[in-house]
Design a protein around this ligand. Structure first.
Ligand SMILES: *Cc1c(COP(=O)(O)O)cnc(C)c1O
Length: 421
């Protein structure tokens, strides 16, 4: 008999598989409980979730690869891109939907590479990013075989402009600024970065994957928000994830360009294939329809007033969590955040013990190189008192650890549930 490894010889009854999945999921991240601070952006609104599930379900089996087979998806996509463009300062047709922030960033880097080659005659353009920029840029540089130059950041967590000035040269194809960056929640000086890039003829991408769907409302709440989007002269592309603060489920992001001519570098068209002409607007082939339809539904259903209200909840939760951290003697926010996320550390050497103690109390705080990381969603407002009490108790119980810190092989995303001791 052919050896097929673990491939099932016979079908398994659905009830058995469902039960098995239920058991397997017992250890999964419990984001609904409000004790997780990354990966899922909890809108705090189960009715909203249910509506999106219904929309997603109705599109479950459709394929957005060929929008002409699905006029509804074509219309949804065009409208969603135009709405995002209106929010973030792009022409209404100069963008594309992707499955996530990493893909949006990949597209922007590829466009910049091909723009440098086609328009500027630079065979091997370079990508220049702050050290704090998301690893998606390093990944894109790796896959696209582009030299990646890292720029240090200053004490405030923003890219060091003097260092940037020295590192952008006539081979630079793309310069990146984050709005905000993930580790510290601070926004780079986008206007200065974009001006510097534009002076040298380079493109400038703003990574608004995290902030793109929150910053517009943050500003409307009266919070200080420096200019950061495609309205800033010199900014040529922007990524913004709808599956984060756009409050839709996973698989929806948008990449926008200052000019539709740039987007054209992202389009792929091939007619050497016996199967016929093949065209796509980005790297994906078959594309799931549910995230696209649900993202459109989320934006239309919430609208500016809905997003503003959720932003108010996020802002208030952020202030409350900052206060909870600052109320504990020794704990310190490492960089004054511009948005809804921050890193904190302990000046008394207990951060590792605090990480472990909070984990034992059910809190999933991400470990970073310089401390613990919190990112707030609307739902967190309901758990802030419990958090404050647990943090104070944990810190009081924590013994300083020799050389203790939150860093190590299990730091970051992968260290969410990790314990070092
Ligand atoms: C989440 C994030 C990304 C990557 O997005 P994915 O959807 O995880 O692929 C990029 N940049 C920032 C700042 C992010 O927060």
């Amino acid at each position: 008999m052919t050896d097929r490894g673990t491939f099932p010889a016979h079908g398994t009854p659905a009830a058995e598989l469902e039960a098995q999945l239920g058991d397997m999921r017992a250890g999964d991240l419990d984001w609904r409980g409000g004790k997780a601070f990354s990966l899922v952006y909890n809108s705090g609104d189960e009715r909203h979730e249910a509506l999106l599930e219904t929309v997603g379900h109705s599109y479950q089996h459709d394929n957005a690869l060929n929008p002409f087979a699905y006029p509804s998806l074509l219309q949804i996509e065009i409208e969603l891109i135009a709405m995002a463009a209106g929010l973030l300062g792009a022409p209404p047709d100069a963008g594309a939907l992707t499955a996530g922030g990493t893909q949006s960033i990949f597209c922007a880097v590829q466009v910049a590479r091909d723009h440098a080659r086609a328009e500027r005659g630079i065979a091997e353009p370079k990508l220049v990013t702050p050290r704090t920029a998301h690893p998606a840029f390093a990944k894109a540089a790796h896959y696209l075989d582009i030299e990646h130059v890292l720029v240090p950041v200053g004490a405030d967590g923003r890219v060091d402009l003097a260092a940037l000035d020295g590192l952008v040269d006539d081979r630079t194809g793309l310069v990146v600024a984050s709005a905000p960056n993930y580790p510290f929640g601070v926004i780079d000086d986008v206007a200065s970065v974009a001006a510097l890039a534009s002076d040298r003829g380079a493109l400038c991408h703003v990574d608004g994957c995290l902030g793109g769907w929150l910053l517009p409302w943050w500003a409307e709440l009266g919070e200080p928000v420096p200019p950061w989007d495609l309205r800033v002269p010199g900014v040529t592309s922007l990524s913004a994830d709808i599956h984060k603060y756009g409050y839709s489920f996973k698989g929806a992001s948008v990449v926008l360009y200052a000019d539709r001519a740039l987007l054209r570098h992202q389009h792929f068209w091939y007619d050497e294939w016996p199967g016929g002409t093949y065209a796509s607007s980005g790297p994906a082939g078959t594309r799931p329809a549910p995230p696209i339809a649900a993202a459109w539904f989320a934006v239309r259903h919430l609208g500016a007033d809905g997003y503003l209200e959720k932003a108010r909840q996020v802002r208030d939760a952020t202030r409350a969590f900052q206060a909870a951290v600052e109320a504990v003697p020794g704990l310190r926010i490492t960089h004054e955040p511009d948005l809804s996320l921050f890193e904190f550390t302990d000046d008394r050497g207990r951060i590792d013990a605090i990480a472990a103690g909070m984990h034992d109390r059910g809190w999933h705080l991400d470990r970073q190189q310089g401390g613990l990381h919190l990112m707030l969603s609307p739902h967190h407002a309901t758990v802030v008192d419990e958090f404050a009490a647990d943090l104070a108790r944990t810190a009081a119980d924590a013994e300083p650890v020799e050389g203790g810190d939150a860093t190590g092989p299990d730091a970051g995303y992968g260290g969410i549930a990790g314990r070092r001791s």
